[in-house]
Ligand binder design. Structure first.
Ligand code: 6GU
Length: 224
């Protein structure tokens, strides 16, 4: 998979992608992540990428031209499965979408800033819009990093223990069951007896029950 990220803060991404699974996935060629600084694409003298809103109102709006030129260049080089714009005023990201996107070959992620981007970009160039939750961030960069992480970890082979991605919370619309490791008793705090029983039938049943109980209590909306 190849992911092209368009941003006005290219340095932002040196951190999130250079650790653990994301780092290894790149080293082992499961994914190539390319960061594109938007500003050099601007054709005006000041290299500006934003302007005032037609009709008045506070906040700057990102211009069409630099974004169009950057996306056009990328599209001339390869076909993209989706051109994704990260913005809070869109559909909330769900595991189902992560699963779908994890089988894509090429993706573009466009990080928004200021008030947002010119609506014509959304209508003419963007194929998919994603928000990562009902709250507002200062820009789309964190959201792009979240989306990238959620997709890359699902690429077969990217996680050494493949089954672990499949038993994640949300994969079957249930939160995960409680988990424990050694010691079996610490300061008198005990691990549930059934997990030490060695009986896989009992253990599976207990885990299913606990997952359902947790989901009912914390996220009843998932059970609808
Ligand atoms: Cl994708 N962008 C911004 N700026 N804020 C957000 C978001 C995205 N998703 C949730 N909040």
């Amino acid at each position: 998979m190849r992911i092209d990220i368009i941003t006005i803060f290219p340095d932002f991404f040196s951190g999130p992608f250079s650790h653990s699974i994301l780092k290894r996935a790149q080293e082992n060629n499961f994914v190539e992540i390319h960061i594109h600084d938007l500003r050099p694409y601007s054709t005006n003298k000041q290299k500006s990428v934003d302007d005032y809103q037609f009709g008045g109102g506070s906040g700057m709006v990102m211009n069409i031209q630099p974004i169009d030129d950057c996306i056009s260049k990328l599209k001339s080089e390869r076909d993209y499965d989706e051109i994704i714009y990260l913005t809070p005023d869109s559909q909330t990201l769900k595991q189902e979408t992560c699963n779908k996107l994890s089988s894509a070959k090429n993706l573009v992620l466009l990080c928004g800033h200021y008030k947002g981007i010119d609506q014509r970009i959304r209508e003419k160039l963007i194929t998919m819009e994603i928000s990562i939750g009902d709250y507002v961030l200062t820009g789309g960069e964190l959201a792009a990093a979240v989306l990238t992480d959620s997709i890359v970890r699902l690429i077969p082979g990217a996680i050494s223990d493949e089954t672990s991605a499949l038993s994640d919370s949300f994969q079957d619309n249930l939160l995960s069951h409680p988990i424990y490791t050694r010691p079996s008793e610490y300061k008198g705090w005990k691990v549930p007896e059934v997990l030490l029983s060695g009986n896989p039938k009992f253990i599976d049943k207990w885990r299913e029950e606990k997952a359902l109980e947790r989901t009912k209590n914390i996220r009843p909306d998932l059970l609808k």
